[in-house]
Design a protein around this ligand. Sequence first.
Ligand SMILES: [Ca+2]
Ligand SMILES: [Ca+2]
Length: 381
Amino acid sequence: MKGHRQACVSAADNQPLTKCRPGGKAAFMRFSRPAIGKFLGRIMLASLLLITLQFEAGAAEAAQNLVPQQLAAYATAQPSRTEGPPFLSASARQERPAGQTFRDCPNCPEMVVVPAGTFRMGSPDREVGRRDNEEPRRQILIKSLAVGRFEVTRSQFAEFVDATRRDMASGCSLWTRSLDPEIRHRAARSDKHSWRDPGFAQTDDHPVTCVSWEDARAYVQWLSVRTGQPYRLLTEAEWEYAARAGSAAAFSFGGNANALCRFGNGADLALQRVRPEWSVVNCDDGHVNTAPVGSFIPNAFGLYDMHGNVWEWVQDCFRWTYDTGRTDGRAVDPRVCRPLRVMRGGSWGNEPALLRSAARGDFWAEFRSNVSGIRVARSLP
Ligand SMILES: [Ca+2]
Ligand SMILES: [Ca+2]
């Protein structure tokens, strides 16, 4: 209807009234030139009024569709001088409103619609634990997309392995804390371990681990074929936008790392009781290794475990700095990257610095370790 109205008032349209009203050409011919101008002016005024009313109604609808946590986050967000909270009105024009959850098959990952928005990617100089691969900071525009509410579980991954008979038998690298302070963490490859036995006990609702970037990509490709929907990994920019959920602080819940134990599973006092050599955050999240997905408080977009539990592979290859000038959410062109892939969010074995929203990890695409996992995304129309 909007396009129809525009056709009525467009100065570039040679037959405006005949398109708006059948038989309108005859009526058009009866008007004098001043009367025509007055008539067109009124139509334009009425159209502008109607468009304004529709825009306001759409914005109100978008606000009603937001989950309560989102509204709270936007109300309490502390944007920096150069950035604002996410742009929200786009959700009014989506088929699926922001915050809506859905599944495309019974044991498919549950998805959450994340609203379109802008955010500042990277971290400020003052952020504790930051590295210089989180710069230069830049403003990014993200389109609305659906993001896995949880990390992919063992149960979900088992369906994929059973259906595809994927070879997952090449072992897994197990992370330990190195006694060498220069190395800190060390991965020791083990032929006898795999996603079925990552070196610690898991149940079906724990996140799958010991998966490579190639495994993650194969999983989303299989999911796409199975459902007929465009599943994929998040891009690195999308991941950080989803993790921040409107927050410019180090974590989605603010800057206090000692509050982590309510929001995610990292290296904590529970781990230190078993492995005294690991340095940890000064709180107890109750989990030595992985926790069942969804065990902690979600962020303002309704996403769980963006901080910790398992690292999450993203689509992008790894480039040390954000110097490409990119301002949209697409993945970095593989032709300008090192042959490594990016993981985000940190894991059960990491200190707070690596659980920050801006922190980055880089590993070989075929690297399987017992801290790596998968979160899926789905493009929306
Ligand atoms: Ca823990
Ligand atoms: Ca995670």
